[in-house]
Design a protein around this ligand. Sequence first.
Ligand code: AMP
Length: 425
Amino acid sequence: MNVLLIGSGGREHAIANALTKSPRLSQLFIAPGNPGMAAVGSTVELDATDHRAVASFCRQKDIGLVVVGPEQPLIGGLVDHLEGEGIAAFGPNKAAAQLEGSKGFTKDLCRAHNIPTAAYGRFDSEEDALDYVRAHRLPVVVKADGLAAGKGVVIAETTAEAERAVKSMFAGAFGKSNAEVVIEEFLAGEEASYFVLCDGERALAFSSAQDHKRVGDGDTGANTGGMGAYSPASILSPEIEARVMREIVEPTLRAMRDLGAPYKGVLYAGLILTKDGPKLIEYNNRFGDPEAQVILPRLEDDLLELMIAAARGRLPQRALRFSKRSALTVVLAAKNYPGTPLTGSEIKHLERAAALPNVTITHAGTRLEGGRLLAAGGRVLNVTALANSITEAQRLAYAAIDQIDWPGGFCRRDIGWREAARESA
Ligand code: AMP
């Protein structure tokens, strides 16, 4: 089968690596891809917002499945258009993608179906939002509705800070996301990410991960798209996992089906493990980046088979197989990320890092110029290691990073610290 993969980040590079293991794959096309992905498939210039152009490419190349990596094309209705043209696609349609696209939609669904989440209010008026923050306990969490690339959330420790956040969101600080603001109770506890593969009716566990959103060591500094991750997250014990399935995932799938928007694709639940049990902070409608880089190398089943089955509404009647080994990935970012990254610097000796056994390098914001590899974005590379423990994977990933010569980049030096501490306890 010929496959078209949409996306250009480290997540899509990890998806491409997993797809190429499938004996069912004939040709893999990636739009637009990046220089790293050019080694595993044919990269093509295609605008994912131009649904007709994507469909016409699919007909031309006899594409049997389109795999959509990032959230924007899903929320933009690419899957609806392709399915309307009789082209199979992996990922939710526009109605189902609201689980990520609208925080308000998801909060209302949780309330209606008793799904554990933070108490909240939704506001389209600045004045009402200000009244609410003044009347509630601190800290309070202020969120712009809609997509804001992980940057539309402010955890306010003081009323003045909460007021500032509300005002800046209504003033349009997060672009189109400003039409509505969600204000939530602050949940205390460790965060974990839980993944399931869905076929509209059922969900199969797709392992867990923990990511590191802050830019600095010790989880300090600004929020980013993610600076590293590891999998599995042992804090999500089998008991907690069963609760997440029963109390959060399954009621969500039933609710979506009953709304006439059955959910197909990867559903990623961002959780906080509170003293009262797991609570949902948010859903994402696709693999996480960088979580895909640590989950997919552990998958022992055929990813392409599973994606085809999910798209057809026929996932297997058995649990999926994952390696017991641990994976850890470190994001290398261009200096000044998550502010405006300083791009254009040269990266050398990647091949030395990639030559280490059980190390995989995936590309995100890179470009090739005259044979030189240059930084072309905020998050630039991911170095992933697979080992028998997180402690060992951490050691291996940093040993690989130390082979790379890139003065224009930086990374956190403590990815996996919570799990490494648990392992040494
Ligand atoms: P979100 O975009 O909703 O995933 O939020 C981004 C980050 O903000 C999360 O990963 C959490 O670290 C934090 N966060 C969001 N909502 C809450 C909450 N209700 N309580 C505590 N932390 C939160």
